[in-house]
Each structure stands twice: as C-alpha cells, then as structure tokens.
Design a protein around this ligand. Structure first.
Ligand code: NAP
Length: 348
C-alpha cells in the first residue's frame, strides 16, 4: 500500500508549519514523507535532534530518525510542501520547480506570480488551470493564501457567487502561532493586544482579488471589489477570529445568507478528499460564538466557524468568522491543495 503513495518532502520541516505538515501527513492515504529539509543549522542531524517539537502528539516514528537535508533539489520525492522562511522561500521553491518537483507553498513569495495559482480548493479550483501556463517543465508551483485570507474567503465565496460583493471591511484578532516559533515575546503579548502585523493588511487587501478573480484560460482577471483590513495580534495560541462587514451588489435577506452558507460545498467535498471538511462552513446561532478555543478544531481544523450575522449601519451586514491558522490557514490547506491536484492527475 505504502509503495503506491506519492513521496513527498517537507521544506522548512523544523518550523511551525513544517511540524504541522508532519503531524497531518502521518498515515495520510495519498502521501508519504520521505525527506525533511531545513537550514544549515539543522541539516545533517536526525530530525528528532534538530527540531524543537512543540505539538501535543509525538514526532511520528517514521520521521524521528530521518536525516534533515539542505533545501536543495536533490531530494528523493516528487512533491515538496514548503513551510520555508519567506527570506529564502522564493528562490528555493523556484529551483525545485525547475528541477521537476511539484511545489505547494505556504510562503508569500510566489503568490502574485501571474502563472501561479493562489488556491483555496473549495473557492477557486479552476485556477489550477494556470499550471499549464507555467514554464517549469515537469515541475510546478501552487501557493496557499495567507491564513487570515483563507478563513474570510471561505465565508465570502458563496456570498459573492450568489449576491456579488461590493465592499468588505475586516478586523482580525490573530493567534500567536501565526508568527512562527518562538514568535512574539511573552512580555510583549501578555496583558496586551498588538495592533500591527507586518505585511498582513496588504495581503488581506490584495490576495482576495486574485482568488475571487476570473481565470480566462490564460491568466487571472482580478476581482475589483474594495477591501479594507486591520490586523491585530492577540494572546490566543491557535485560531484567527475576524469581524467582517460586507456590502453586496444585490442585498440578500439573512435567511438567504444562512441558506447559501449551509449549502456551500466545493470540489474537495465532491471528491471526498481525505482532509476535506464534510461541511466547510458551520454557522452558530449563539451570540457568544464562534470562539477560538472552542471552535478552531471543527472537522479536523479544516472547517470555518461563522456567527453573529447581523445588520450593519455602514455596510449591509456584519459577521464573525474563525479558522485554524496553522491547519486550514497553512499546512492543512496546502495538503488539501495537493489532494485536489492528485485526483486531477496534476502530480504525476
Ligand atoms: P518558522 O517556524 O520560523 O520556520 C521556518 C522554517 O524555515 C524552519 O524550518 C527553518 O529551518 C527554515 N529556514 C529558515 N531559514 C532557512 C534557510 N536559510 N534555508 C533553509 N531553511 C531555512 O516559520 P513558520 O511559522 O513555520 O512559517 C513558515 C512560512 O509559512 C513563512 O513563510 C510564513 O509566512 C508562512 N505561513 C505561516 C503560517 C503560520 O500560521 N505560522 C500561516 C501561513 C503561512 P531551521 O529550523 O533549520 O532554522
């Protein structure tokens, strides 16, 4: 059975996202980790000696004694998941793609390349068509959006399809794990909120326009609705909570919105992919929900929790959305991209 699995490598295997990849890929039916790679600081050591493992489940036995390699395109695998530091991710990922590897990346570097899909499998699976436009020979690059963008867009996509979005304002309360490890110092964040996350607002104001854009067979025509984002770091370990205000081209009733969210399903659900949530959007009618500690793990951490839909004095409606930033917003989202690529024959 395991010989039929696709061999994958993890670039940045020792980091926050890298560890999550290793945890989520343990026992995966499609993929088998055969390589782990990181910086010179880790290369040459056994994985268990190189990593500062901080997840609650143990390092999988099959990974603990693997030797960490350098991030050079001579790894024994066909697919690499990248959780690399953005300072080096761009050039490393390109070198792998040019050498024939399929690269699925969490880093920001290639997200706006014209020929690279910025993919949320339930939202814009047709953008995988861009791979045919790429010039990497047998290799390819697909990127996973910013963690806050993913949660918000899973809630907005079915609304955009049904009613047309005109304007969005979003205020985020983002978890500490989004800053990697060790991240923000305890003295900065205890008893505090930091009203700034470098580069985050720009990502949230630009990535949705590509993701909800139209793929015309050659390129993405960017969507044109307006977004304003304000991003805050809060003392939560995992799970980004966002307050979203939205104005529509055709204002629906609340009941119509509930119905659209309830019925929303995408290709991952149609293909019954291993990491696909059964229901991508869970709506909570209790006023005090959603909450990070209670709802970040719904359906393997891959579903988003939505609540508090209400009238807005400035826009049409406002609501809250919560998603797990290192699962749905990073490693889990990237694995779902790879699962979709696998069933579409794009990883051969
Ligand atoms: P992290 O914990 O700091 O891990 C960075 C990884 O990159 C480590 O494995 C590190 O290896 C490796 N690395 C650093 N410099 C390197 C070099 N010069 N050559 C090769 N490898 C190098 O960061 P993270 O939070 O996992 O984030 C990784 C990427 O995912 C970032 O681009 C980030 O923006 C993105 N992302 C993160 C989240 C999140 O929730 N954390 C969500 C979405 C996207 P060593 O251990 O050997 O130094």
């Amino acid at each position: 059975m395991s010989t039929q699995k696709i061999k994958v490598g993890i670039l940045g295997a020792t980091g926050s996202v890298g560890q999550k990849f290793i945890q989520l890929l343990s026992g995966h039916p499609f993929f088998e980790i055969t390589e782990v790679a990181a910086s010179d600081r880790s290369a040459g050591k056994k994985y268990k000696d190189a990593v500062n493992w901080f997840l609650p489940t143990p390092i999988p036995d099959a990974i603990a004694n693997l030797t960490v390699k350098n991030c050079e395109p001579n790894l024994e695998c066909g697919v690499v998941f990248s959780g690399l530091d953005a300072n080096i991710a761009g050039e490393v990922e390109e070198a792998f793609a040019k050498s024939g590897y399929h690269v699925i990346s969490n880093s920001k570097n290639h997200r706006f390349d014209k020929d690279v899909p910025l993919l949320i499998p339930e939202v814009n699976p047709d953008h995988l068509g861009l791979i045919k436009v790429q010039n990497f020979g047998k290799g390819s690059i697909v990127t996973n959006p910013n963690c806050s963008t993913i949660g918000m867009l899973i809630a907005l996509k079915p609304l955009d399809d049904a009613f047309g979005i005109e304007q969005v304002n979003v205020v985020t309360m983002q978890a500490l794990s989004g800053a990697g490890y060790p991240g923000v110092s305890s003295l900065d964040i205890i008893d505090n909120v930091i009203p700034f996350i470098g580069g985050e607002e720009n990502k949230m104001e630009t990535e949705p326009l590509k993701i909800l854009g139209n793929f015309n067979g050659k390129e993405i025509e960017l969507s044109t609705f307006k977004i304003s984002a304000s991003c805050n770091r809060v003392a939560v370990v995992d799970g980004h909570l966002e307050s979203v205000q939205v104005k529509f081209k055709n204002k629906p009733t609340k009941e119509e919105i509930f119905s659209v969210w309830k019925n929303f399903k995408g290709e991952p659900q149609q293909y019954d992919l291993p990491l696909a949530p059964i229901q991508p959007i869970h709506y909570f009618f209790e006023d005090k929900y959603p909450q990070p500690r209670l709802h970040r793990d719904i359906d393997k951490g891959m579903a988003v929790a939505v609540g508090r839909l209400r009238d807005c004095n400035l826009f049409d409606y406002k609501f809250s959305v919560l998603s797990h930033n290192t699962v749905r917003g990073a490693a889990g989202g990237a694995i779902l991209c790879a699962e979709l690529m696998k069933v579409k024959g794009l990883l051969s």
